[in-house]
Design a protein around this ligand. Structure first.
Ligand SMILES: [Zn+2]
Length: 281
């Protein structure tokens, strides 16, 4: 990553989606940056935020036909779907918390195994060093997401999102600042608001036209945005893709809990019943 902000899936991923669709996973060869470098870079970014005037300077504007209309759809139906998924996640984690320290009993609808099923599918909670602490932090992230929608005075909610027509991150679906939730009024080195999630105009039409890609992108960016000292410190991009994408599947539980895509995948599954959100769905 050359510039600041934390990003959604890149053009390469869209290419990969195409490859997968056309040729299957065997021929898809997207390369993911090593997590360590990303984290190091992101640490710099967070450290560089300064308070400043509230408006971003927009560089060269690029006209994308339909982007405004698509963004409106994202901020209505897709945002509503994302919020439904956030609440479903809060409910799922709250229900699992009392069970996490219990032994596995007989399998019933309310058995420990059942209550932790989806959290284990996406975060490998039972293999984590501290499953209870993991659940509490996951809940804190989703609680922050819900708070984005509850801010009084109309400052947040859909106002937290901006259709971005500038030149930074043109190859990304969206981008935001790590922990932007905790940075009200901050402006980045690139003169962009840090308390804002940017949806790139080049991709707005693509994701608004899919059932889950719009909500999934919103959830992915919200995970970056809502990470902070009260939960996992930083939620970054260790790997992109659906849960069963090998690079996602083989992350450690700790990395899954610090991987934005896992939040989108998990919340979409608990909220919609479908395991897949990624760009094609
Ligand atoms: Zn990301």
């Amino acid at each position: 990553m050359k510039v600041d902000g934390i990003c959604g899936p890149r053009t390469k991923d869209v290419i990969q989606v195409f490859q997968v669709k056309q040729f299957g996973w065997k021929y898809a060869d997207m390369k993911v940056e090593p997590g360590k470098q990303t984290i190091a870079r992101l640490n710099e970014i967070v450290g560089s935020s300064v308070a400043g005037p509230p408006l971003p300077t927009v560089d060269v504007e690029v006209v994308d036909t339909g982007a405004e209309e698509a963004f409106k759809r994202l901020m209505t139906e897709h945002l509503e779907r994302a919020r439904h998924c956030i609440r479903a996640a809060q409910f799922d984690i709250t229900r699992a918390l009392p069970a996490v320290d219990q032994p596995d009993g007989p399998i019933t609808q309310f058995s420990r195994k059942k209550l932790l099923e989806r959290l284990n599918r996406h975060f490998d909670i039972d293999r984590a060093r501290n499953p209870r602490q993991g659940l509490e932090r996951l809940l804190s992230v989703f609680d922050n997401m819900e708070k984005v929608f509850q801010r009084p005075g109309g400052m947040w909610g859909d106002k937290a999102f901006v259709l971005y027509k500038g030149n930074i991150h043109r190859d990304r679906v969206g981008f935001t600042s790590l922990g932007g939730f905790y940075l009200p009024g901050s402006i980045s080195r690139q003169k962009l608001r840090q308390d804002t999630i940017y949806i790139t105009s080049a991709f707005a039409v693509t994701i608004a036209g899919k059932q889950r890609a719009g909500a999934g992108t919103i959830l992915h960016e919200l995970a970056h945005f809502c990470s902070g000292p009260q939960n996992f410190g930083h939620i970054v991009d260790h790997a992109y893709g659906n849960r069963d994408q090998p690079k996602v599947l083989h992350l450690s539980p700790e990395h899954k809990m610090q991987n934005a895509e896992c939040y989108a995948n998990y919340a979409i599954e608990v909220g919609t019943g479908s395991a897949a959100y990624y760009l094609w769905s």
